[in-house]
Write a protein that binds this ligand. Structure first.
Ligand code: BV8
Length: 240
């Protein structure tokens, strides 16, 4: 039986909301302005490459604006990673780089990363901070129309699922921060952790579709609830 000493933190768009990054399902969210079937599926990309590229170019430009940066919640998780002796896995559904900009070193981007592109021909992944157009050529094949956002679309398999399941099946604390729990497989992670005997916490502004899966719900903005939750984890882990 593997030791269950780990902490798994799952983050969603809500942790980046106070940094000025739009969430998806809030009334003013991304899916209120765009139909995911038109901009976030492989079929949409095959149908209208430029429209999908523009959808991600707009979000990449927003992420790189000077008023967007990590907030107190991102910094608290970076502190948890730095200071704790706990085996910590931060899994994010977000494609922004705010966890990394707060100082997190090990982040599992299960839905990919906005600041990376992938060659559909070679599979090579490379950093990309500017707009991506159909005329751009990949460094590997030197061809146009081979590059796509390194992002997991609906109907595609999320990344690093075996690593995530290993962490969930041996953790003793699981916390979901700022996610509506509307998207699988992430919405099922709390159940997997609970079956492994973990205590489960939901940190959100409000109750969600998956709130019943959690032992404790901590309501409030992430910039207030996450620092307090991290302090609680430190206090609990401190030698008595
Ligand atoms: C898969 C990346 C299988 C791109 C995203 C029917 C038809 C087709 C598909 C399905 C279907 N039924 C189920 C599916 C599967 C589908 C799915 O779940 N669809 C749902 C919508 C019904 N899932 C998939 O397709 C996944 N893949 O299942 O593969 C497979 C198996 C074998 C082989 C191949 C494939 C892939 C899902 C990934 C899709 N990509 N994003 C991009 O970003 O553009 S998903 C999208 O939703 C987002 O990216 C985000 O990652 C995800 C979840 O959103 P949240 O992060 O939760 O954000 P949301 O706005 O919803 O909520 C924000 C929350 O924060 C709220 O609760 C709010 O209260 C809170 N909040 C706000 N402010 C604050 C706050 N909390 C605290 N403080 C604050 N200040």
């Amino acid at each position: 039986m593997r030791s269950s000493s780990g902490v798994v933190i799952l983050t969603g768009a809500g942790i980046s909301a106070e940094s000025g990054i739009s969430t998806f399902r809030d009334p003013e969210g991304i899916w209120a302005k765009y139909d995911p079937a038109e901009v976030a599926t492989p079929e949409a990309f095959a149908r209208d490459r430029e429209r999908v590229l523009e959808f991600y170019n707009r979000r990449r430009r927003r992420l790189r604006q000077s008023d967007v940066g990590p907030n107190a919640a991102h910094h608290a998780l970076a502190e948890l990673e730095r200071r704790s002796s706990l085996r910590l896995e931060i899994v994010t559904q977000n494609i922004d780089d705010l966890h990394e900009r707060a100082g997190c070193v090990q982040v599992v981007h299960m839905h990919g990363e906005l600041l990376k592109v992938r060659c559909e021909r070679s599979g090579d992944v490379m950093p990309w901070t500017d707009d991506l157009s159909v005329r751009d050529r990949c460094a590997c094949c030197g061809l146009p129309r081979t590059l796509r956002p390194h992002v997991v679309w609906f109907g595609e398999m999320p990344l690093e699922m075996s690593r995530i399941h290993r962490a969930l099946s041996t953790c003793r604390v699981f916390a979901a921060i700022g996610t509506s729990g509307m998207v699988t497989p992430a919405s099922g992670f709390a159940s997997v952790a609970r079956q492994a005997g973990a205590r489960t916490f939901e940190l959100n502004l409000e109750e969600t579709a998956i709130s019943d899966l959690f032992d404790e719900r901590i309501l409030g903005p992430a910039t207030r609830t996450v620092p307090a939750f991290v302090e609680r984890l430190f206090a609990e882990a401190a030698p008595t």
